[in-house]
Ligand binder design. Sequence first.
Ligand SMILES: [Zn+2]
Length: 344
Amino acid sequence: MTDLLTIAERSDFRLTGRTDEVETLCAEFEKRWPDAVRSFEYGRSAEGRPMRAMLVSRCRSLNAAELKARSVPVLMLQAGIHPGESDGKDAGFMVLRDLLSDPASTLLNDIAVLFVPAFNTDGHERVGRWNRPNQVGPEETGWRATAQNLNLNRDYMKAEAPEMQAMLRLLNEWDPLVCADLHVTDGADFEPDISLQVEPVNQGDAQLCKIGVELRTALIDDLEAKGSIPLAFYPDLVETDNPASGFVLTVYSPRFSTGYFPQRNRWTGAGRDAFLEAVCDTSSGYAEYDHWFDQVDREQWSGLVGRGARCGCGGGCVEWRGDDFGLCVVVAGADGGCGGDGSR
Ligand SMILES: [Zn+2]
């Protein structure tokens, strides 16, 4: 499989690839595993670059409508909302390649993975040696904001950037049950090598929070078992420029991914590798991905989606009933809808 090694691997993690690598790897994955991989462009950036996604599954369907009809849960791996935080992109290609190459692996049998390697495509191409000067690597990184100087992780609600508009269309089409949003800390370093803030846990529907806590606990336990030191929230500083002020748990508003997905009644986890540890050691991100697959693949997640049904209001609403959890979730359709019982 040497021909599918990432530039990160081939350079011993001194380098990360650019957009041409994303395009090439996605095309080669699709060619190598045509029954399990579909690569497609889901939009164009402000500067006209292709925005690439890859759907990976061994459930014998690579089509959004079919997956929905069969109630196959979709796990989204969103990487590169902040270019320069390239662990999620590199680890995503690595772990998907390894899973697809392993005939004994069953992790992709009952779920579909929607992988977005480089969400902020233009920022990903704006490379420089000093874009993130306090980070160990790679030697050159992308730029945090878009070509319009917009931070996509502040744009989920106002959807000003064409990149975010494309992402919201992608979410409406594929409706991921869980989104893993992969970051690296932006200038702060901690003893824990990874933090994982899962929602709904601190906000959102009370019934969904119970499952969110369960998901978070399982992910943290799995990471600990593999030798990581995970933290169950993102340690923001009380005063952003004063480390002595202590840490605070931020409940993020919906302009952030962490706050947005709970508004859709979907789960999310923002993972951040500590920047001094992770960029040269993409294994933290790799391990985290592995556990996401594991958790979403559990029978109860499939069962939750399996109880989904159109609510019948004609507005595209979907109602999920999970009797095992005493749970009823109503998700309003993109074109508006009453939510079945008028609850939204
Ligand atoms: Zn980030």
